[in-house]
Design a protein around this ligand. Structure first.
Ligand SMILES: NC(=O)c1ccc[n+]([C@@H]2O[C@H](COP(=O)([O-])OP(=O)(O)OC[C@H]3O[C@@H](n4cnc5c(N)ncnc54)[C@H](O)[C@@H]3O)[C@@H](O)[C@H]2O)c1
Length: 338
């Protein structure tokens, strides 16, 4: 199988590349990534000799046309993915997530690629009430509430529309909050872990009540694997971790595991329009493809903690770059080096 992975230098994409190489050592894997501030080739350092890496923008038609030639399957992770950045400046989100998905889809149609798997998010569904029994599933209407969520919703619509209009052979997964190795130190779990390791405050939005459905990244990779190999073209699958936790619970779990005091918790101004709760129902992918979660939240946090303790040489320079960007108010897609 010749597989092209977009966004493979990002958090989930790089975990997926490691997972696939481990399970299917005979697959020929190409990675395309623009190496924005969020991309880091060091995530692929120990598999560089087993893949072919291309630095390019998914919104560049000529580059995507060239790269998709002779490819069987494309898995599309590349995206601008940080909600707060989308609120500060939506433009890169529209360019990459909406136009980039359009360009990539048209390039692979031109080259008759057999399968296109589009990675999406539960954020397209909007928000649930804290005390509601509802869950998101494949029938839930879209109601995106941040520029990030709107751009991902638009990309999902483009993929489905191209399926209808041009016969794009697609599948989509909408998954919940991933955490695990190589997560960007600008996201909640790595921020909490790396700050706690350094005895720095753990910043929590509002009163820490917003609930997310946490999915260990390995379990996300197994779901994509099943969809790639057995998913029905034209179908969407919702993937969730079944671990509903609010910000305060995540912070407390990390502090408890590290034996650090709760006094490190610091409440900060809430995100504008902060969705209060997401909750995914993964019954469909469980019934149709036999997927199931294998790593509980407690196990996943323990594994993630151990990974960050052992990999400071990876996260520290990344975190310093992110801190510098935040301090300078930079939200463009260039990597900050000084
Ligand atoms: N992280 C989560 O919890 C989560 C949850 C649900 C869905 N998703 C989706 O999963 C995918 C991957 O998320 P992630 O957390 O790994 O994101 P990430 O920000 O860590 O990685 C994104 C990667 O895409 C690359 N990229 C950005 N713009 C590009 C462009 N124009 N052309 C080529 N490459 C580009 C970046 O350099 C980076 O390597 C995204 O589509 C995201 O919407 C993420």
């Amino acid at each position: 199988m010749k597989l092209l992975v977009t966004g493979g230098a990002g958090f989930i994409g790089s975990n997926f590349v490691h997972y696939i190489l481990n399970k299917y050592p005979n697959y020929a894997i190409s990675v395309v990534d623009a190496l924005t501030y969020a991309g880091d080739r060091a995530r692929l350092a120990n598999v560089e000799n087993k893949i072919s890496f291309h630095q390019a923008n998914v919104a560049d038609f000529a580059a995507m046309e060239e790269l998709t030639k002779g490819t069987d399957t494309v898995v599309h992770f590349a995206a601008e993915s940080h909600v707060d950045r989308s609120i500060a400046d939506p433009s890169p989100f529209l360019n990459t997530n909406v136009l980039g998905t359009d360009v990539l889809a048209r390039a692979l149609l031109k080259n008759s690629v057999k399968r296109f798997h589009h990675i999406s998010t539960d954020e397209v569904f909007g928000t649930l009430e804290l005390d509601s029994p509802d869950k998101f599933n494949e029938q839930t209407p879209y109601n995106p509430r941040s520029p990030y969520a709107a751009s991902k919703a638009a990309s999902d619509h483009i993929v489905r529309a191209y399926g209808e209009s041009y016969g794009l052979p697609f599948t989509i997964t909408n998954c919940s909050n991933n955490y695990g190795p190589f997560d960007s130190p600008g996201r909640v779990v790595p921020v909490f872990i790396t700050n706690a390791l350094e005895d720095k405050p753990l910043p929590i939005y509002g009163k820490g009540q917003a609930v997310r459905d946490y999915l260990y990244v390995y379990d996300h990779c197994t779901a994509i694997d099943m969809v790639l190999h057995n998913g029905v073209l034209g179908e969407t699958y919702c993937v969730g971790g079944g671990a509903q936790r609010n910000g305060l619970q995540v912070a407390e779990a990390i502090l408890d595991a590290l034996g650090k005091p709760k006094s490190l918790i610091q409440f900060v101004a809430d995100r504008p329009g902060h969705d209060i709760r997401y909750n995914i129902d993964p019954s469909y992918i469980q019934q149709k493809l036999g997927w199931k979660q294998t790593v509980s939240f407690e196990e996943g946090i323990a594994k993630t903690l151990e990974w960050y303790k052992a990999n400071e040489s990876w996260w520290r320079p990344f975190k310093e770059r992110m801190d510098l960007m935040r301090d300078k108010g930079l939200y463009n897609t260039k990597k900050v080096t000084s």
